[in-house]
Design a binder for this molecule. Sequence first.
Ligand SMILES: CC(C)(COP(=O)(O)OP(=O)(O)OC[C@H]1O[C@@H](n2cnc3c(N)ncnc32)[C@H](O)[C@@H]1OP(=O)(O)O)[C@@H](O)C(=O)NCCC(=O)NCCS
Length: 174
Amino acid sequence: MESVYLRDITDDDLPQRVAWVNDPNTGGHMNFKGTVTLETTKKWFETVKNNSQKYHKIIVDTESGKSIGIIGLSETDFENKSTNYYIAIGDLDFRSRGISKAVIEMLFDHVFNTLKLNRIYTCIDKDNRVSIGMHARVGFLTEGVLRQHLIKNGKYIDRMMVSILAEDYFELKK
Ligand SMILES: CC(C)(COP(=O)(O)OP(=O)(O)OC[C@H]1O[C@@H](n2cnc3c(N)ncnc32)[C@H](O)[C@@H]1OP(=O)(O)O)[C@@H](O)C(=O)NCCC(=O)NCCS
């Protein structure tokens, strides 16, 4: 099993985050609104960096110390105990090694044990086979399909809504 850890994002990570978000292999499978530039990312970071309710991390490979991806909570609804999350292994050399599973375990622990929320959800492009398989393996269930939910490169994209509840997580941990 690969060893990775999560650390807080710093200003120095922003150019790498922008590069990953704008890489068709990475951000191309995600849903970032508008054009993401270093300027817009710096503005975004100012709004989250000293906010203890926000959670945006860099995934680090323990052996090399290399930053290899991002994970975070994009919208948390504390009233309804529900949160949207994102993940990307931006460094392609670190894909298909089971790293996302290890990192999502860390996210689950934070969301269900520390924040004591009830639900984590995300949307996956219907043609993102790798992400759909990975989410199923770690315990997310499909809630439904959001039909023609986005336009990417001039084409309508269906998206799958997947989620995991606290009760699912604690059952899987038994
Ligand atoms: C989706 C994503 C996060 C998955 O990350 P990952 O760490 O590479 O995922 P995994 O390693 O768990 O699984 C990927 C593949 O590697 C395989 N794999 C996992 N561990 C492995 C190992 N130790 N040896 C060989 N193969 C392995 C898995 O079976 C899977 O193959 P499959 O799709 O043919 O079943 C990554 O592909 C990514 O960043 N994609 C772009 C952004 C994105 O789509 N984000 C999610 C949006 S919802």
